[in-house]
Design a protein around this ligand. Structure first.
Ligand SMILES: *[C@@H]1O[C@H](CO)[C@@H](O)[C@H](O)[C@H]1NC(C)=O
Ligand SMILES: *[C@@H]1O[C@H](CO)[C@@H](O)[C@H](O)[C@H]1NC(C)=O
Ligand SMILES: *[C@@H]1O[C@H](CO)[C@@H](O)[C@H](O)[C@H]1NC(C)=O
Ligand SMILES: *[C@@H]1O[C@H](CO)[C@@H](O)[C@H](O)[C@H]1NC(C)=O
Ligand SMILES: *[C@@H]1O[C@H](CO)[C@@H](O)[C@H](O)[C@H]1NC(C)=O
Ligand SMILES: *[C@@H]1O[C@H](CO)[C@@H](O)[C@H](O)[C@H]1NC(C)=O
Ligand SMILES: *[C@@H]1O[C@H](CO)[C@@H](O)[C@H](O)[C@H]1NC(C)=O
Length: 642
């Protein structure tokens, strides 16, 4: 009796558990992709969408984002009712209202919710304003073909730059250099421009967004967040595949001969590269999503910045005649060869100079200039393409190396009672960056604690007094290294070269070089016939929640009721807190929103586009730029460029 009962229970257990056991296996889609190098779109999606929407997490997340944008994001109000600026694509975004809408939506998954937050901040087109859900940025999605845009046969076209044939067996190398006439049955140029406007948060200038989403593999250096390129996503793509119509040069002919095969249409899937470090949904969540908090581990993963800038590859390998080529790739001094051996190139990939590198950076910079002088360099190209900014004082150092006196630039910080407490504490405790700002008219914390009110859109908003940054530590490094006398080069011996992807500190540096010192600027790529900016997101300074929390912690203000909390899931957020005005403004214009650099179009003086001959040959491209600077073909254009 007893034993047969047990048997019955055992059988029913077995019957009950068997199906649900196999169900449990197939219902853990993360276990299916774990350990594989690549997976299909559907497999990757199933894992990313496995984690259910959690109302508690969503509400907490939204509260934090709202607090930061309301209190700390300097362009929050102007973004809701922005000015119309000719040549820029600025859509009004009322972030708070958008968050209300997101909060009411019944999201299918946590991923969908998290990506909605990221997307709404992207719409402001300020690359400093970002929400990065770490949990859903682990998979890398590739299109096996990568596109660029160039001028062929007098037309601007979308072109297959290269084929990534290590991801998808049906990819064919010979698609390289085929023109893409249509994507998903829409004219390819039109589709790509629409994508640049609507899906890329990089810049308010569509030319820059286009350069950012296209693959310029051979002219690719410096910084790229890579998250939202056309053929390379860090987030789940909107559809499983794309249809491309290709017009390919006949075998044995070059594209520029315009002798084509019949067009073909191919459907190309997204392929996911799978991260390591998990074996199923639980371990995925543990490794990438959950915040391991305890009172003691506050300084652990919680406060670590989770988003790293990508530094991929060195595009220019001129080997000889090169100085300062470092693994950190801040700056490189090169001299062109052949007829152009009197033209130097300073490739400035980043101003994010680590403090332990400052001295070597200054030394190398001076050495580079000396080398230019010894080799009789007459013209210098400053290549700022792909420079995502960094230390404002490194930028100041750069300008000071060429021009002896440059007026300070006007900037101010958004006022909030939380930061008021921070600034006061910073001066009491002699700690954090909040001590580093100086104002003409005030002392100590007064620059912040006596705010002024300006109109932004329809709203009155409080800001600090006008400030500039104190660069004393840089200036002393500069003085100690016998600054090189650069008076042999005048503004018209210099040229700013930029694909528009010169942001933050870089944008401020080039704007001042152009507007104060009259160094002409060449815009590279973009959409033909469109005026193009040579800089983007010139917000003066940005912050990340992870480092903001560290400042709060060192000022003993983590428990201030106004302080934002860390995100409930592993995520980080960045925002602009200092805004910059156009250089050379009279005092009276200060505070007026029409003078904000972020909402101005400072256009390049001349343009160059990629062609079949030079799109994949940076050396050739630079010789063409050199020819242009030597023949004076990029003169300053007053009141707007090309
Ligand atoms: C939602 O997340 C919170 C916080 O992590 C957790 O306590 C709660 O159990 C979750 N709710 C559901 C329904 O999973
Ligand atoms: C954003 O929209 C809300 C209504 O949802 C409104 O109260 C608020 O004033 C708007 N913000 C700005 C800066 O215009
Ligand atoms: C192109 O032509 C070459 C010989 O001229 C041949 O070897 C190659 O297989 C051809 N490629 C294709 C895709 O037909
Ligand atoms: C300076 O140049 C040297 C020699 O080229 C290089 O090894 C070093 O990394 C450079 N340092 C910096 C900070 O650029
Ligand atoms: C600070 O004072 C200097 C010299 O008096 C002046 O040129 C500059 O415009 C002032 N800056 C601000 C932000 O008021
Ligand atoms: C730099 O050199 C020029 C010309 O040789 C000279 O006039 C100028 O005074 C020098 N500047 C400095 C700061 O030494
Ligand atoms: C590429 O070459 C064409 C001529 O072949 C030239 O017109 C164009 O300006 C060049 N573009 C760049 C970026 O050098």
């Amino acid at each position: 009796m007893f034993s047969s009962n047990l048997f019955a229970i055992a059988t029913s257990l077995l019957l009950a558990t068997l199906p649900s056991f196999s169900l449990a296996q197939t219902s853990d889609p993360c276990a299916i992709v774990a350990g594989k190098p690549i997976a299909t779109f559907a497999e990757a999606k199933a894992c990313l969408e496995y984690f259910p929407y959690n109302h508690t997490i969503a509400t907490e997340t939204i509260d934090i984002v709202r607090k930061i944008t309301d209190d700390l994001y300097i362009f929050n109000e102007i973004a809701a009712t922005p000015p119309k600026v000719e040549g820029l694509s600025i859509v009004p975004v009322n972030i708070s209202k958008a968050l209300d809408i997101i909060q009411k939506e019944p999201w299918k998954s946590d991923r969908a919710f998290q990506d909605a937050i990221a997307l709404i901040l992207d719409k402001v087109h300020d690359a400093h304003l970002v929400y990065s859900p770490h949990c859903y940025r682990q998979f890398i999605f590739w299109q096996p073909i990568q596109l660029n845009s160039l001028i062929r046969d007098g037309r601007q076209i979308v072109n297959v730059a290269y084929v990534k044939d290590d991801l998808w067996a049906d990819a064919k190398k010979e698609w390289t250099d085929c023109e893409v006439t249509h994507i998903d049955d829409v004219n390819a140029m039109e589709m790509v421009v629409n994508y640049a406007v609507n899906n890329n948060g990089e810049s308010k200038d569509v030319n820059t967004c286009l350069n950012n989403i296209m693959n310029s593999k051979d002219y690719f250096h410096g910084w790229d967040d890579g998250a939202d390129d056309l053929g390379y996503h860090r987030f789940l793509p909107a559809q499983e595949s794309h249809k491309y119509t290709l017009q390919c040069p006949k075998n044995g002919t070059k594209p520029e001969q315009a002798d084509y095969d019949e067009p073909i249409t191919v459907t190309i899937p997204w392929v996911a590269q799978i991260p390591t470090g998990f074996s199923d949904a639980d371990t995925y969540w543990d490794s990438f999503c959950s915040v391991h908090t305890s009172a003691l581990s506050k300084r652990g993963p919680l406060f670590e910045p989770t988003v790293q800038e990508n530094h991929i590859g060195q595009a220019f390998d001129f080997s000889e005649n090169s100085i300062g080529h470092t693994t950190r790739d801040y700056t490189e001094f090169l001299i062109l060869d052949g007829e152009d051996s009197d033209v130097g190139l300073i490739d400035i990939q980043s101003f994010s100079v680590a403090s332990e590198d400052k001295e070597a950076f200054v030394k190398n910079f001076t050495r580079g200039l000396q080398m230019f002088a010894e080799k009789n360099v007459k013209k210098i190209i400053f290549d700022f393409s792909g420079n995502g900014g960094g230390d404002a004082c490194a930028g100041e150092f750069f300008i000071n190396s060429f021009f002896s006196s440059t007026p300070d630039y006007y900037s101010d910080v958004k006022y909030s009672s939380l930061v008021d407490n921070m600034v006061q504490k910073a001066f009491d405790m002699k700690s954090t960056k909040w001590m580093d700002y100086k104002s003409n008219h005030t002392q100590d914390a007064d620059w912040y604690t006596n705010p002024v009110t300006y109109k932004r859109g329809n709203t009155d908003v409080k800001f600090s007094q006008p400030v500039s940054l104190s660069c004393e530590s840089w200036n002393s490094a500069f003085a100690g290294n016998n600054a090189f006398n650069t008076s042999r080069w005048n503004a018209d011996d210099l040229l700013i070269l930029s694909d528009g992807r010169c942001g933050s500190t870089c944008a401020i540096v080039v704007s001042r070089l152009r507007l104060i010192h009259n160094v002409p600027a060449l815009g590279l790529g973009g959409i033909r016939g469109n005026r193009m900016q040579f800089a983007s997101f010139p917000g003066g300074e940005s912050e990340r929640l992870s480092s903001f929390l560290m400042d709060l912690q060192s000022l003993d203000l983590l428990d201030d009721p106004k302080a934002p909390k860390p995100f409930p899931e592993r995520a980080d957020m960045g925002w602009t807190f200092r805004e910059v005005y156009r250089p050379n403004l009279p005092d009276t214009k200060f505070g007026d929103e029409v003078n904000l650099l972020e909402y101005n179009n400072v256009a390049a003086d001349c343009r160059m586009y990629y062609t079949d001959e030079n799109a994949s040959d940076p050396k050739k491209l630079l010789h063409e730029v050199a020819a242009l600077v030597k023949s004076g073909q990029c003169p300053l254009v007053q009141n707007g460029g090309k």
